[in-house]
Design a binder for this molecule. Structure first.
Ligand SMILES: Nc1ncnc2c1ncn2[C@@H]1O[C@H](COP(=O)(O)OP(=O)(O)O)[C@@H](O)[C@H]1O
Ligand SMILES: [Mg+2]
Length: 378
């Protein structure tokens, strides 16, 4: 055992899961400490819900091991795992009041009335739903129902909370409000949470750790900053950020004093960009093809960022969002999006000089997409 697993809120070891002959989760290993907010992030169908259901015990696993709070629960039924789950569909009992919905599980288990009322009052105060306790679900808004569903989980004081896309049925404005509420809740009750979403903004704003999944395989595990600054591969780079990282085919060429980046262009010999000594020789011996990844906010108009591109690029269009203006162009045969300030005066069809800041850039292998070099490496 590498770490003290009795101190972990959750440990998953070499988990495999197949439905019949179809493998949906491969070699999943991860762990989280108590108080972590672990987000399982990936596109639809990548296996997030299946993994959450395996943790809950709603799905059996094909092989591997699951420990919750240091206890091996691999063979233990869901009700004995000390977990509470919140689903996308809140599944409240329509004929029961809010209070009855929240205390239902305790009544089934025969918890004394005094304790039930104490727990209900505690949850109602945390979630600010006191005035709703005697209402029926049909008399609640979507956000209020979601809050009651969370109350039902909170009241159990479980070792682990499991959330499966709890906000995806809410409209955009409410989703932002509930996101803030879930973050506050996590800070208030110091809970250990595993949270499934396909929404990278939700993941970035809520998580202490993000697990990026693709086709049932872990792509990267890290804090939001680590995943944003040093994506492990082009899939993660293209999934995180809105708009995501630009991924531009390029060549690294060695010159006498330093390596340079060369981007192909249609009509010239290419655009050569010297970014100083930032391409270390040990990683870029000789010349090699790469995919150069650069965040939209690391690209500016000439002079705004440390390194100017020595050629004009044609602006295909611009998009204003109020606070920003996105400039859409192309470089090296790939689309390029820059995030400029809303005051920048640039129009579609114009030729512009751009500059970039390699601090939020990275080089990837064009074959398997893996990270070769991140400029935020220390
Ligand atoms: N009960 C099941 N039987 C067969 N295949 C399933 C079952 N549940 C999920 N799958 C398949 O497993 C894959 C992962 O599904 P899921 O975990 O629901 O993905 P996500 O939650 O990331 O959208 C999908 O290809 C899905 O079709
Ligand atoms: Mg799902």
């Amino acid at each position: 055992m590498a770490k003290d697993e009795t101190a972990q809120a959750l440990t998953i070891r070499d988990l495999q899961k197949s439905f019949g002959a179809v493998r949906v989760l491969t070699d999943i290993s991860l762990s989280m400490v108590p108080g972590d907010f672990l987000v399982l992030l990936g596109p639809s169908g990548c296996g997030k819900s299946t993994l959450l259901n395996c943790i809950a015990g709603l799905e059996t696993i094909t092989s591997g091991q699951i420990l919750i709070a240091g206890r091996d629960v691999t063979e233990i039924p869901p009700r004995d795992r000390d977990i509470a789950m919140v689903f996308q569909s809140y599944a409240l009992y329509p004929t029961m009041t809010v209070g009855e919905n929240i205390t239902f599980g305790m009544r089934v288990r025969g918890t004394p009335k005094a304790i039930r009322e104490e727990r209900l009052a505690e949850v109602a105060s945390i979630l600010q739903i006191g005035p709703l306790i005697d209402r029926k679900p049909s008399q609640l808004s979507g956000g209020q129902r979601q809050r009651v569903a969370m109350g039902r989980a909170l009241v159990r004081h479980p070792k682990l909370f499991l959330f499966d896309e709890p906000l995806s049925n809410l409209d955009a404005k409410l989703r932002v409000e509930m996101r803030a509420e879930i973050r506050r809740l996590h800070q208030t009750v110091d809970a250990s949470i595993v949270y499934v979403t396909h929404d990278q903004i939700e993941a970035m704003t809520l998580a202490t750790q993000i697990v990026v999944l693709r086709d049932g395989l872990v792509q990267q595990i890290g804090s939001p900053d680590e995943i944003y600054d040093s994506p492990a591969n082009t899939f993660v780079a293209g999934f995180i950020g809105s708009p995501p990282m630009n991924l531009i085919p390029a060549t690294v060429e060695q010159r006498e004093d330093a390596a340079v980046l060369v981007f192909e262009t249609e009509d010239t010999d290419g655009v050569t960009l010297d970014i100083g000594d930032r391409l270390p020789r040990e990683k870029f011996a000789g010349s090699r093809s790469i995919v150069f990844g650069v965040r939209p906010e690391a690209i500016g108009l000439e002079g705004e960022k440390p390194f100017n591109l020595p050629a004009d690029l044609v602006v295909s269009s611009t998009e204003k969002t109020g606070s920003d203006q996105f400039l859409i162009s192309s470089l090296g045969g790939a689309g390029l999006i820059a995030r400029l300030s809303a005051e920048s005066r640039v129009n579609g069809g114009e030729a512009v000089r751009l500059s970039l800041d390699p601090a939020k850039a990275a080089c990837f292998d064009p074959g398997d997409g893996s990270l070769i070099h991140s400029f935020t490496d220390r």
